[in-house]
Design a protein around this ligand. Structure first.
Ligand code: NAD
Length: 337
């Protein structure tokens, strides 16, 4: 059993903790938090030992009636692997702590690629992370793009990818984010930083990306154009995608017209927190004109990286190969809408 620690119990951390608990080969050793809030209380309610991420703030937890198991150093020392899910840039500050205790660490997409030996997407490059000490699970958008690009490269070859990312302004709980009444080119410079991030997964890929931000919280939306190396029928691409376990091809009959109905569908289907771990590709949008493929996909930013973190744990601990890990993760979480 791999003993897993989570440092940073927010949007991503709490979802990874729940997913880890469902794995037959992993134990949730504990979670570290900086302050007592609703997430700290629910962590305790779920039975996760709670550690103080900042020692001087330990007494705040006691004042709030929350029992602390110890400082984050103890948690890191005991763990076989730590998942750092702290805000962008904090993971880099924590690297020294993980190195001191010789504990392999996963970081999230908000960290710079240079921080780690490997940037990770289970479908695309699981093997690169086997036995690595520092691995970055790429961002929600890069994960979403990689899952589509990997099978296309293998089946047809990819000459060039052009993607426009219409990004949610903030997560549902982020009341300080925006815009609330605007459509922003963001970043305004072209290409956006997302393309180079995808190249950390596929170093030889030719990709240009453009970013926008809109007043939405539920999901990102990608408009994708991939120039393939051969002419392909759209029906063949749909078949290719149907075989990919983390691509959900939205059938026309469901009458799902956007991220609102997608989230409603996930909630109706009993998904925890309404999470959608899969890319949501509108089947009817998958079209080809000569060698050009077009599609729309929705990406649930809060959850698509969760199964990737679980697989990355198996990669760094060398406890399963890609196919075994992906299958176990999919089965335990219930991936496949
Ligand atoms: P979040 O703010 O929801 O959660 C971060 C948690 O870490 C909070 O609970 C915060 O209190 C805690 N924290 C802050 N400083 C800490 C410290 N020094 N030690 C321990 N904990 C600390 O952030 P998030 O959205 O979960 O993002 C975490 C990482 O995941 C970032 O790198 C982000 O870019 C990446 N990511 C986020 C999303 C998303 O849409 N939310 C998607 C993919 C990847």
């Amino acid at each position: 059993m791999q003993q897993v620690a989570i440092n940073g119990y927010g949007t991503i951390g709490k979802r990874v903790a729940d997913a880890v608990r469902q794995q037959p080969d992993m134990d949730m050793l504990g979670v570290a938090k900086t302050r007592p809030n609703f997430e700290a209380e629910t962590a305790i309610d779920k039975g996760f030992p709670l550690y103080a991420a900042i020692e001087e703030r330990e007494e705040l937890f006691a004042e709030a009636g929350l029992e602390i198991a110890g400082p984050v150093e103890d948690l890191v020392a005991e763990a076989d692997v730590v998942v750092d899910a702290t805000p962008s840039g904090i993971g880099a500050q924590n690297k020294e702590l993980y190195e001191e205790h010789d504990t392999p660490a996963l970081y999230q997409g908000g960290e710079d690629a240079e921080l780690t030996d490997v940037s990770f997407n289970a479908r695309s490059n699981f093997e690169n992370a086997v036995d690595a000490d520092h691995v970055r699970v790429v961002s929600c958008n890069t994960t979403g793009l990689s899952r589509v690009i990997a099978p296309l490269r293998e089946a047809y070859g990819v000459e060039k990818v052009r993607a426009t990312l219409v990004r949610r302004g903030g997560d549902p709980g982020q009341s300080d984010r925006g815009p609330i009444n605007d459509i922003l080119p963001n970043p305004v410079t072209i290409p956006s930083h997302h393309g180079p991030d995808v190249e950390t997964i596929f170093p030889d890929l030719d990709i240009d990306t453009l970013g926008m931000k809109v007043p939405a919280t539920l999901m990102h939306m990608h408009s994708l154009n991939v120039t393939l190396e051969e002419e392909v029928d759209a029906a063949d691409v749909r078949e290719l995608f149907a075989d990919e376990s983390r691509l959900f091809l939205i059938p026309e009959r469901l009458d799902i017209d956007g991220s609102g109905t997608l989230k409603e569908y996930a909630l109706d289907a009993g998904r925890p927190r309404g999470d959608i771990w899969e890319n949501c590709v509108w089947e009817e949008s998958v079209s080809t004109v000569g060698r050009d493929l077009y599609l729309f996909q929705g990406i649930h930013q809060e959850s698509d990286v969760v199964p990737e973190n679980v697989d990355a744990i198996r990669a760094v601990t060398g406890s399963a190969d890609a196919a075994e890990s992906i299958e176990t993760t999919n089965e335990t979480l219930g991936i496949g809408l």
